[in-house]
Write a protein that binds this ligand. Structure first.
Ligand code: HEC
Length: 198
């Protein structure tokens, strides 16, 4: 009996099977490779936080301190009077300028005991996040919220009283609901928000 046709069919089948499996393995490897090349939302937030922190320190150390030696102070009412913004206002102002770009990306300084209500928590996630970093400032708090069509990733980082100036100004501010801040206390948080895939 001639087994040739059967051998052809078996051979062709084996070849097709191998090709499909090989393609499958290739596709999975590529998908995993691409996945591992993506930057996680946690890492993205860390990058943004690093820039915000660097800019705030840079502004404080190299602009505010220097101007103050020349008699130009940073103070809250900088818009209407002589002087420049406080570092907190400098960050908040950049946040407002970014927000108008309509990217779904925003950042701000906030607190559960803010000087101004507009710096309070705007959602349960923000409330929980600010409380969490108050408890453990070494870890940022993460969460995801939905806003309309967008899925937004939020990261809350502790904002600590790194200098006595933070403590004195907040404790003495007529609007401040809290007056017992000490050096190194968590005074609030930096909240970073941006859209992630749905
Ligand atoms: C000279 C006064 C002054 C100093 C110094 C100061 N702040 Fe503030 N801070 C303010 C004012 C005023 C606001 C509110 C600004 C606004 O919303 O326009 C504010 C806002 C904040 C907020 C947002 C929540 C809130 O209370 O409204 C945080 C958090 C914060 N400051 C932390 C700090 C830290 C940390 C430092 C030190 C590195 C610091 N501040 C130094 C006056 C000060």
């Amino acid at each position: 009996m001639d087994n040739k046709p059967l051998l052809w069919v078996l051979g062709g089948g084996a070849f097709a099977f191998t090709a499909v499996v090989a393609y499958w393995i290739f596709a999975i490897t590529l998908a995993n490779h691409l996945k591992s090349d993506q930057v996680s939302p946690q890492k993205t937030a860390e990058f943004v936080h690093a820039i915000l922190e660097a800019n705030r320190n840079n502004y404080t150390d190299n602009v505010v301190v220097k101007l103050s030696r020349d008699g130009i102070e940073a103070h809250e009412h900088w818009r209407d009077e002589r002087g420049v913004p406080l570092p907190a206002q400098f960050l908040l102002e950049s946040g407002r300028l970014v927000a108008v770009k309509d990217l779904g990306f925003s950042f701000r300084l906030a607190s559960l005991t803010p000087i101004y209500a507009w710096n309070g928590a705007n959602s349960d996630l923000e409330r929980v996040g600010l409380a969490a970093v108050q408890q453990d400032p070494s870890q940022p708090h993460y969460g995801i919220v939905r806003r309309g069509e967008l899925r937004l990733f939020q990261a809350v980082y502790a904002d600590r009283a790194v200098s006595q100036a933070c403590v004195d100004c907040h404790n003495r501010h007529p609007n401040s609901p809290r007056r017992d801040f000490k050096l190194n206390d968590v005074m609030g948080g930096i909240i970073i928000t941006f859209p992630i895939g749905s």
